[in-house]
Design a protein around this ligand. Structure first.
Ligand code: SP5
Ligand code: ZN
Length: 327
């Protein structure tokens, strides 16, 4: 397993998120990456192309106006006389193209929650994260397994929306750019709504997700048991799920992925399914991740693992190392 990481990703340092009627310290702390790095040891630094090159690659996957907003939102926020991170507060329920001026309005057009602030270093970190994914994808296209230590996470980001701590969708970028028949298996605690929306109906690409039932858990409006299209399958599971039931869903997910005859697998891996996660409610143990990974490796596909959630910072490195040991 080759592992990729660019230290520029540390520049993303959001201060807080807003939920339950109050501001809380941001769950996507920089320490998450530091603990993973300490546990997995040596990583490869990808080449960091210039901004224009990366932007052109990203425009094949995300919309140009969304990327433009991500790159300027924090400066615009400052120019409007604000302090801290840029954060929306009003959202269009009816979406239609409107040319809006005010930064709050434009943030709202491209967001769907109040947990995903654009901080000063967010855009440079996203460019570094893109390089990390592209480096790992190259290794996987060469037939190897690779881990892209992506942070911030990506699977809640849509073509032109940020949410759930996600801005750019790493799994979708890899799947679309691969040019191969590719399956995405999403095993973060939360449904991978952005990836699902971006891959739905796309020839040669498929998406399977195992996650907390959205009747009780974020992102609420996606990932329900009836959301199954030609290339989409969802396995919502109740709070409290233990290894046995989780592994049974994974066996079904892997069987379905096999039927899609992919040449390449992308795994959106979140360790927020761990028993001690502070914002989640499954009960997997550290050693369970190696077992789940062995089942996934049994598909026999070159596999790109991208990092999604996992917020129990002290345990996160061990959980990631356990998972990667199964490949
Ligand atoms: C990538 C990823 O895992 N994103 C998850 C975003 C979840 N945001 C939900 C915020 C609300 C959390 N409620 C926590 C209650 C703690 N007692
Ligand atoms: Zn998650």
């Amino acid at each position: 397993m080759r592992t990729f990481w660019h230290e520029g990703q540390l520049a993303h340092r959001p201060a807080s998120e807003f939920f339950n009627g109050a501001l809380h310290p941001a769950a996507d702390k920089v320490e998450r990456a530091e603990h993973i790095l300490a546990a997995i040891g040596r990583t490869e630094a990808p080449h960091l192309p210039d901004e224009a090159t990366l932007q052109a690659i990203l425009e094949d996957v995300h919309s140009a106006d969304y990327l433009a907003l991500l790159s300027t939102a924090h400066a615009e926020w400052r120019a409007a006389g604000r302090e801290g991170d840029a954060m929306p507060y009003a959202f269009p329920v009816r979406r239609r193209p409107l040319r809006l001026e005010r930064i709050d309005a434009r943030l709202g057009q491209h967001s769907y929650d109040t947990c995903t602030p654009v901080a000063e270093g967010t855009w440079p970190a996203l460019l570094a994260g893109t390089a990390t994914v592209l480096g790992a994808l190259e290794a996987v296209l060469g037939g190897e397994h690779a881990f892209a230590l992506t942070r911030p996470p990506g699977h809640h980001a849509g073509t032109d929306t940020m949410g759930g701590y996600s801005y750019l969708n790493w799994a979708a970028i890899a799947a679309i750019r691969s040019g191969r028949r590719t399956a995405v298996l999403d095993i973060d605690y939360h449904h991978g709504n952005g990836t699902q929306d971006m891959l739905a109906g796309r020839e040669g690409l498929s998406f399977a997700s195992i996650h907390a039932d959205p009747v009780s858990d974020y992102p609420y409006f996606w990932g329900h048991a009836d959301e199954n299209g030609d290339n989409i399958r969802n396995w919502p599971l109740p709070r409290g799920t233990l290894l046995e039931a989780y592994d049974a869903a994974l066996a079904e997910g892997c069987a379905w992925i096999g039927e899609q005859s992919p040449e390449l697998l992308v795994v959106s891996f979140g360790a927020d399914t761990w028993e001690g996660d502070p914002i989640s409610h499954f009960a997997l143990r550290t050693e369970d991740y190696a077992r789940l990974a062995r089942r996934i490796a049994g598909l026999g596909l070159p596999t790109l693992v991208v990092m999604e959630g996992g917020y129990a910072v002290e345990a996160l490195g061990h959980n990631v190392a356990s998972f990667l040991s199964g490949f």
